[in-house]
Design a binder for this molecule. Structure first.
Ligand code: ADP
Length: 612
């Protein structure tokens, strides 16, 4: 049965009960009306007739007395008038015989009245007879017959009154019964209606409630939940639909769980197979994943540290700052070369890890977390150190023989020049030139490897920038004048002192000026300048020489990088690498800004003295 039909039956039953109640009330009202109507219709006319007959006959009796007393004319007239009256009402009474015994009484009245009329007609005439005789006749004959008729009329009135009273009683009884039965039927209707409503609402609400509970359970992840089948109506179909939906959701969920588990296993396997340490944190910097390699590097159990804060596990403020900056900017951090190394001491030795930080950005563009990769570069560092030491030793060893070779060539050039042919002199001069180049290369290599190996001690102290710039300018003053190049410094007066090793920074400046002199044409300019920016002083060497092509600008600080040009001949490609190492030892940075064909500006930073 459909839900609609069920609701209609429910309402229909209520309406049916109401109709029954209404019909019952109408029947009762009709029977009550009929009972009352009978009282009026059946008995009222008879009572009226009886009353009027009594009235008429009493007037006739008075008229008889008038006649007896000698008022013959008036008495007779009154008698005849009331006779008509009486007979009229008698006729009406005869027409309205409704109750048993009434006909007999009317017949008796009629007979009695006929006798009364006869008796009246026999009443002696007072003018012709003795008045006493008339009076006696009245008393003995007329009066008794009058009494008979009157009594019968009274009787007629009474039986009708009794009947009326009985009818009234009956109506009262009918009304009483009607009230009682209507109330009973009403109460029964209310009870049945109530029971029916309760049953109907229960049958309607119960499946809905079951469905509500099932929906809540489903929302909480119980995919096994089922709604009991509730028949073939709309609710039943809804329950079937719900169960099918829960089944599909369950299957989808299981599939998703399996997929997620498989994905997790895959990513765990990938993480495990990576030789580098990998640490993954969420947007709140809580550890969500860590491979065994990272656990070994950080000396923790990867399983035990899940959900712990990054700082609790890694305990490195600087690294955490980089991780935080990555999460905030959603961009990998820009870390200077050499600064992206995490050193972890293990017992007496230390291990070095190159770190890379990558943000994990969600599809919607939100921050999901950060991945930290730790690559063991201890061996590379060691190799680097060994290489530097080797270069240092080799350069050192080469320096002395080169020195004596140079001296020998110079001696030959001076002492045996008259015995040598032009060709031999030319060769000797080329050998001297090459030797000079080799000497400067060996010198630069030795310097660089010593700085890299930390063998060059930095004597850092507060120092005015102009002392170093003046010193560097002093070294090249004559050379600049010879080349017709203007070499000058332009320093602000309020420039603070910087924390620096004055000799090493002068070395940097002389390197930069000697380069500039090489690339500036006659009539060119080289200008040294400085300015304070926050806690750093930026020192620049600007020349209006040939400049550096953009693709070389970031690489010229690497070892042996030279821009292919005629003027680069004779250089070693190590000068700027030495400058970089010295500036880095001062915790500063160095970069070049150049417009090819116009100018080059080399700038390096030094910390302001008060800051340290
Ligand atoms: P080099 O000994 O060759 O000068 P550097 O390391 O000092 O080695 O310089 C590297 C390269 O940078 C040079 O070979 C040159 O091409 C370029 N360079 C350096 N300074 C300047 C400059 N002031 N103007 C143009 N190019 C320059």
């Amino acid at each position: 049965m459909t839900l609609r039909r069920r609701i209609l039956i429910g309402y229909g039953a209520g309406l049916g009960l109401l109709a029954v109640l209404l019909a019952w009330a109408v029947v009762n009202l009709v029977s009550l009306g009929q009972a009352s109507d009978a009282i009026l219709r059946e008995n009222y006319k008879s009572i009226l007739a009886a009353e009027n007959m009594i009235d008429a006959i009493e007037r006739q009796d008075s008229a008889t007395l008038l006649a007896v007393l000698g008022y013959q004319g008036e008495g007779l007239q009154q008698f005849r008038e009331n006779e008509n009256h009486f007979l009229q009402w008698l006729g009406r009474a005869k027409d309205n015989v409704t109750i048993p015994g009434e006909a007999e009484i009317i017949s008796a009245i009629e007979a009695g009245y006929s006798a009364y009329l006869v008796n009246f007609s026999q009443l002696p005439q007072p003018e012709r007879s003795d008045p006493e005789q008339a009076s006696q006749f009245y008393h003995d004959t007329v009066w008794p017959s009058f009494q008979v008729v009157r009594d019968n009329c009274v009787c007629l009135r009474e039986i009708n009154q009794d009947t009326m009273f009985a009818a009234s009683k009956r109506a009262e009884h009918v009304a009483h019964t009607a009230i009682l039965s209507t109330a009973t039927v009403g109460l029964a209707a209310v009870a049945i209606g109530l029971a029916f409503s309760l049953l109907l609402s229960k049958r309607l609400v119960q499946p809905i409630r079951q469905m509500m509970n099932a929906t809540e359970a489903l929302a909480e992840g119980d995919y096994e939940v089922k709604v009991p089948a509730a028949g073939a109506d709309e609710l039943g179909r809804l329950a079937e639909g719900f169960n099918a939906m829960a089944d599909k959701l369950g299957a989808y969920h299981r599939m998703n769980v399996e997929k997620t588990v498989a994905e997790k296993r895959k990513s765990d396997a990938v993480l495990r197979s990576i030789e580098d340490g990998v640490v993954v944190v969420d947007a709140e910097f809580r550890l969500t994943n860590m491979n065994p390699q990272a656990g070994r590097i950080l000396g923790v159990d990867p399983e035990a540290v899940t959900d712990k804060h990054f700082l609790e596990v890694v305990k490195n403020e600087k690294l955490f700052e980089y991780v935080k900056a990555t999460a905030e900017s959603m961009q990998p951090p820009v870390i200077e070369e050499g600064q992206n190394i995490l050193t972890v001491s293990q017992g007496t030795s230390a291990r070095h890890y190159l770190f890379a930080i990558t943000p994990v950005v969600s599809k919607a563009g939100g921050m999901d977390g950060v991945v930290l990769l730790l690559r063991d570069v201890t061996r590379l560092k060691e190799l680097d150190r060994m290489k530097s030491e080797f270069i240092m030793t080799a350069s050192h060893e080469l320096k002395t023989p080169l020195q004596s070779l140079g001296m020998s060539i110079e001696l030959l050039q001076e002492g045996a020049s008259d015995r040598l042919t032009d060709k031999q002199k030319q060769l000797l001069s080329a050998a001297h030139e090459e030797l000079q180049r080799l000497k400067s290369l060996i010198g630069d290599l030795l310097d660089l490897s010593r700085i890299e190996a930390g063998k060059v001690e930095m004597e850092i102290a507060p120092v005015p920038v102009c002392i170093m710039t003046d010193k560097a300018i002093g070294v090249f003053k004559t050379q600049a004048e010879e080349l017709h190049v203007e070499l000058a410094a332009k320093m602000p007066e309020d420039l603070p002192d910087v924390m620096a090793d004055a000799n090493k920074i002068t070395w940097v400046l002389t390197n930069l000026i000697s380069n500039a002199l090489r690339y500036v044409d006659a009539g060119g300019h080289i200008r040294l300048s400085a300015e304070q920016l926050g806690s750093w002083v930026h020192v620049s060497v600007t020349d209006d020489g040939e400049g550096i092509p953009p693709e070389y600008q970031s690489r010229v600080f690497d070892k042996f990088v030279q821009v292919k040009s005629e003027k680069a001949v004779g250089g070693t490609g190590l000068g700027l690498a030495i400058c970089k190492e010295i500036v880095r030892a001062h915790k500063g940075t160095i970069w070049v800004d150049s417009a090819p064909g116009e100018r080059s500006t080399f700038t390096f930073t030094l910390p302001v003295a008060e800051q340290i």
